[in-house]
Ligand binder design. Structure first.
Ligand code: PGA
Length: 274
């Protein structure tokens, strides 16, 4: 099965900025305006590369309104979602609220949610399904910690998270998935998995999607790498055939840097048919 990206690939690269708990709505407005300017100066082509931002909830509606009012070619998403649609769940945010705002995506299972908020694979699977109930595309984050990497069990660990996260999805939903491979040891540390590490894991994830669903799902789901991505290391990672984009934390808080990362995505070279 040939599933790698080629020039006729249906997979549009996605450059995603996870603002985490940074940027109040005033700062977020400023960042978004600067980002729009930087992307325009860099002649960003939204037909070829999609750029999405994930602001904190209190900033999200302001950012989304700006995107709509100014007709910006940017997507937006929440950083988390409730597994439930409505009711007595204080502090949670429903996927239907995100949909009403016009969000396209939501992050599910970021390692900071898994560790700080003890989110289990079962809860994350329920969140993935809640997102799809309201036509929001989940960006399911998976990846191993340093101890697991050191034992060499990182592929098995990551695929276990993947299987649990996508359990029970239809093929149609699975084909629209975005999976972000984020080795925890590379998040916010300055340590970056090498391009080959990112490619190897994305190949394993794509093959697993093929086993769990079918070859079409494997060929259309988008796989991102995340962990200390900067403008100076993004090109090599994005050049890997199974890496369809990046999930960027710290560097997404600087408009010029993030726009440069979006500009690192180059047209892909066709992969010879096998
Ligand atoms: P980082 O964060 O780019 O700051 O390492 C990535 C993430 O947590 O999504």
């Amino acid at each position: 099965m040939t599933t790698s990206t080629n020039s006729s690939s249906p997979r549009k690269p996605l450059i995603a900025g996870n603002w985490k708990m940074n940027m109040d709505h005033v700062q977020g407005t400023d960042l978004l305006q600067h980002l729009a300017e930087a992307l325009s100066e860099a002649k960003h082509d939204p037909e070829r590369v999609e750029v999405a931002v994930f602001p904190p909830f209190t900033t999200l509606s302001t950012v989304q309104a700006l995107i709509q009012d100014d007709g910006l070619n940017l997507s937006s998403g929440g950083q988390d979602v409730s597994p439930f649609d409505s009711g007595a769940y204080t502090g949670d945010t429903s996927a239907q609220f995100l949909a009403k705002l016009g969000c396209k995506y939501v992050l599910v299972g970021h390692s900071e949610r898994r560790t700080i908020h003890n989110e289990t694979d079962d809860i994350l699977n329920a969140k993935v399904k809640a997102a799809y109930r309201h036509s929001i595309v989940p960006v399911l984050c998976v990846g191993e910690g340093l101890e697991i990497r050191q034992t060499g069990a990182h592929v098995g660990h990551t695929l276990t998270q993947l299987r649990a996260g996508v359990e029970g999805l239809t093929k149609e939903h699975a084909s629209r998935l975005v999976i972000a491979y984020e080795p925890v040891w590379a998040i916010g540390t300055g340590e970056v998995a090498g391009p080959q590490d990112a490619q190897d894991m994305c190949t394993a994830i794509r093959a697993e999607l093929g086993e769990l669903f079918d070859a079409d799902v494997a060929a259309t789901a988008r796989l991102l790498y995340g962990g200390s991505v900067k403008a100076n290391n993004a090109s090599a990672i994005l050049n890997e055939p199974d890496v369809d984009g990046v999930l960027v934390g710290g560097a997404s808080l600087e408009a010029a840097e993030f726009a440069k990362i979006a500009g690192c995505e180059q047209p892909r070279t066709p992969v010879p048919a096998s």
